[in-house]
Design a protein around this ligand. Structure first.
Ligand code: PLP
Ligand code: COI
Length: 339
């Protein structure tokens, strides 16, 4: 069946597709789960996900290759990270096998909505784990719901691979060092709404957070990690912090920068005052892919990277990463999974 979608015009917007996956945890075990239709959940009003933020999620994409096949990018790492987030919020982990089977089922059932090769668009999968059931005190739920829904998406930041302006919002913190910053949990995103609104209202793509203790080191962007390339073009640096999300894209870029481009790729503290050391910078994530950073505004000072174009290293990393994701470039072992 051909679906009537202008694939080239897609942004990062909600769309309801025919099928999603749903499984339930009750009496200490997950049921087998399966595909369901309809995107409305019926939850008890006391559900801890609703009151106390006992909710975790993931984001991954399905890519249409030139041959017409469909593949996922490192979905085992999303399964693992959802388990880590679950453990942080005292939720039962979704077993990796169940996660992978569910993701494949959702993609296969909605295959008509996986955008054609060459459009740059992808099918975005949103796995979601919620503490549900009747509760009122602050305590973990006894029952859980796991669902994966999906929709075709284009670029997250306007234009996609287009240099974008960011602003340091150091009058806001995203997460605390011993808090939930490393977990992909709903509360972190609720905490990012004010900073995001501030950035957007001032004409920026998004906010950059600094470390919550000294407000000295770069943490990440509201929905992506940060990286920078030194002026000599030899080092790929990305922040080391206990309160940022361990991005799967960034972990992949670290490996590609080191193993395929021979760069010195390192996680390290990056002082916000060291921007002059870098020729290029970018935001990276599943939704953001790689978004080059045009400039960073910090306390009314604008630091411009390069001449406003896309840096050479950033472009090479983008081509390699997306080449692997769409099946045009050989993937390191285990990075792509055919649906
Ligand atoms: N940082 C935050 C706060 C995010 O929401 C995301 C998106 O998932 C990322 C970083 C990038 O992570 P990944 O590359 O695993 O999508
Ligand atoms: C992702 O990149 O998958 C994200 O979850 C980022 C954002 C949409 C919250």
């Amino acid at each position: 069946m051909a679906v009537d979608i202008d694939w080239n015009a897609l942004g990062f917007n909600y769309m309801e597709l025919p099928y999603r996956y749903e499984a339930h945890f009750k009496d200490g075990a997950w049921d087998e789960g399966g595909l369901v239709q309809g995107n409305t959940l019926q939850l008890n009003v006391g559900s801890p996900a609703l009151h106390y933020g006992q909710s975790a999620f993931e984001g991954l994409k399905a890519y249409r290759t030139k041959k017409g096949t469909i593949q996922l990018f490192r979905p085992d790492l999303n399964a693992q990270r959802l388990q880590d987030s679950a453990s942080k919020l005292l939720m039962p982990p979704v077993p990796t096998d169940q996660f992978l089977v569910a993701a494949k089922q959702v993609v296969a059932a909605n295959a008509d909505y996986v955008p054609p090769y060459g459009t740059g668009a992808t099918l975005y999968l949103r796995p979601l784990l919620l503490g549900v059931g009747p509760n009122i005190g602050v305590a973990p739920a006894k029952e859980y719901l796991f669902t994966i829904f999906a929709m075709p998406v284009g670029a997250y930041y306007k234009g996609g691979m287009v240099p974008t302006k960011f602003i340091v919002a150091d009058h806001f913190d995203r997460a605390a060092h011993y808090g939930t910053g490393q977990s992909k949990v709903g509360g972190n995103y609720a905490a990012s709404l004010q900073a995001g609104k501030y950035a957007h209202e001032h004409g920026y793509g998004d906010a950059i957070y600094l470390d919550p203790i000294e407000h000295k080191y770069i943490e990440e962007v509201g929905s992506a990690n940060f990286f920078a390339i030194t002026k000599d073009g030899k080092r790929f640096l990305t922040p080391q912090s206990p309160s940022i999300l361990p991005s799967i894209t960034r972990c992949s870029l670290l490996a590609l920068a080191r193993d395929r481009f021979g760069l010195d790729a390192e996680e390290t503290q990056i002082p916000i005052t060291s921007l002059a050391d870098f020729a290029e910078a970018g935001a990276c994530g599943t939704a953001a892919v790689i978004t080059p950073i045009d400039s960073i505004t910090y306390h009314d000072q604008v630091h411009q990277f390069g001449d406003g174009g896309i840096g050479t290293v950033t472009q090479r990393l983008y081509d390699e990463l997306t080449g692997i994701q769409f099946g045009d470039v050989p993937a390191p072992a285990g990075w792509t999974v055919t649906v």
